[in-house]
Design a protein around this ligand. Structure first.
Ligand SMILES: [Zn+2]
Length: 184
């Protein structure tokens, strides 16, 4: 028999009860918006709220900064393969989805641009300083362009996947397109 304990999850689980009470499961299908979002894990940058995403609209990949790291490239390559396997044959798809890379202002990773801070962060987390430096978003308008180029240059990126770059401004709530969508 389990004992119910109150944790910080308790109010969220109550919200989930509300959610589940009117829930209709979505069928396995291509994401309704045919967009995949890569963005920061920052709790002020929730793409479902900022971009009005509904359930089954778009996969979202999040990490510190919303950087296009190798694991992100790998996830995108797998999702393109999955979409092709499950839906490509019957629908003869020429395009699969657009990857929208969204960086933001006031990113907490920006602090990593400072050498002293980065050194202390490396000691505390066990990560290499170079890795932490590569994850820093000091200027999102610069890093988003670099990450769009990095993804477009990735040898494992499907030619049926396009990539665009955007910046979310924490101060205004506005998302601005910095790099228009293009194919590799
Ligand atoms: Zn951030």
């Amino acid at each position: 028999m389990t004992t119910m304990t109150t944790t910080r999850m308790t109010p969220l689980l109550e919200r989930n009860e509300q959610f589940a009470s009117t829930y209709t499961p979505a069928a396995l299908a291509l994401p309704a918006r045919q967009v995949l979002i890569v963005t920061c894990l920052d709790h002020r940058v929730d793409p479902a709220i900022v971009l009005g995403l509904q359930l089954a609209d778009a996969p979202v990949v999040r990490n510190a900064g919303g950087r296009v790291t190798q694991p992100v490239v790998d996830d995108i390559a797998y999702l393109a393969f999955l979409a092709e396997q499950v839906f490509g044959g019957e629908q003869g798809l020429d395009t699969l989805f657009e990857v929208a890379v969204v960086h933001h202002t006031q990113c907490g990773t920006g602090l990593l641009a400072d050498a002293g801070y980065r050194h202390r962060a490396a000691e505390a987390t066990g990560q290499a300083e170079a890795v932490l430096a590569a994850s820093a978003v000091a200027d999102p308008y610069v890093t988003v362009k670099a990450d769009v180029e990095r993804l477009l240059a990735a040898p494992t990126l499907s030619p049926k996947v396009s990539v665009s770059g955007h910046v979310y401004d924490i101060a205004t709530g506005r998302v601005t397109t910095i790099v228009d969508a293009r194919y590799p």
